[in-house]
Design a protein around this ligand. Sequence first.
Ligand SMILES: Cc1ncc(COP(=O)(O)O)c(C=O)c1O
Length: 382
Amino acid sequence: MELFDVYPLFDITIDKGQGCHVWDDKGQEYLDLYGGHAVISVGHSHPHYVEAITRQVNKLGFYSNSVQNPLQRELAHRLGKVCGYDDYQLFLINSGAEANENALKLSSFYNGRTRVLSLEKAFHGRTSLAVEVTNNPKIISPINDNGHVTYLPINDLQPWKAEIEKGDVCAVIIECIQGVGGIRLVTKEFLQGLRELCDQYDTVLICDEIQCGYGRSGKFFAHQHLGVKPDIITVAKGICNGFPMGGVLISPKFKPVYGQLGTTFGGNHLGCAGALAVLDVIEQEKLVENAAKVGTYLIDTLTAEMKAGNLPHVVDVRGQGLMIGIELDIPYKEPRTRLIKEQHCFTGCSGTNVIRLLPPLCLSMDEAKDFVERFKTVLNAQ
Ligand SMILES: Cc1ncc(COP(=O)(O)O)c(C=O)c1O
């Protein structure tokens, strides 16, 4: 059997990682400003994480959600404290799409409605409802195209007001920093306006923190920069540093009903042990604070270098913490490929001309400086 060929791949095989560096099978080292697509939060092969996972798998990797699992309860308590949502409830699944799927399902159970408002350029995953709220017709198959969703512009409250006032909107789903959409930031006025409208019309406000959350923005959640509490928060990616896991944080206004949500693998022992170790490291190494500090340095330095004319083709630098978009006036393809091939540095990308930085949250100032130099070299030889 061959693989179902849906990914355009670089001809590189990564087989080892440590902190913010990875190595290919020929021994070449790479600086990782991509974090395996915003997934590596505490750094590759962090010893505390490796030890916790190893210890757990030696004891018990999995049982089922039909018996008590104290690790799930411990994770809920710890996460509630670390992120500031002590009074919320946690439902665990295995991916970001599943987190959004369950958030939307729960919203519809709650108010009985079926319409959803989503942002233009939104990305929320590839399963049935998660892909329907994703604003990319190329990945919405006819069977997912069920007319539940209206896409509206970012930071322009009026059209959202007009829709929510109709009284039939089940949920609003928002990434406070759009990832796939090109690192576009939601404003405080916009999110606060949405919060008021959602309260008034009993519409559920969902913040998708799968990419921008878990410390990446320099606060635990990106919406915490904007002074709003969502009804539901979805997380995945960095929650278990590469082990597949997702979570739905649910406000007390939702009452759980036996059997309404469920999963075989979600919240398994191994994942919970890994996620607890991730929280240990985030706290002990102050990684949220580090993301704020090193992210601010990167944004300020890249902006200053752009203004000084030292970064040809860069037209905008935007973002928050370690979620940064560098917009070019040329397609990202060549500079990104040269960063990998010549400078041995991985980055992400968005659209056609945005380089996206999503490094592990432990990126050091020296590694940030190193990236700026490698990026300068590539653009100046362009
Ligand atoms: C904002 C956002 N939501 C949802 C998802 C989907 O997550 P997963 O690929 O784990 O299903 C992603 C993945 O990139 C994402 O960036």
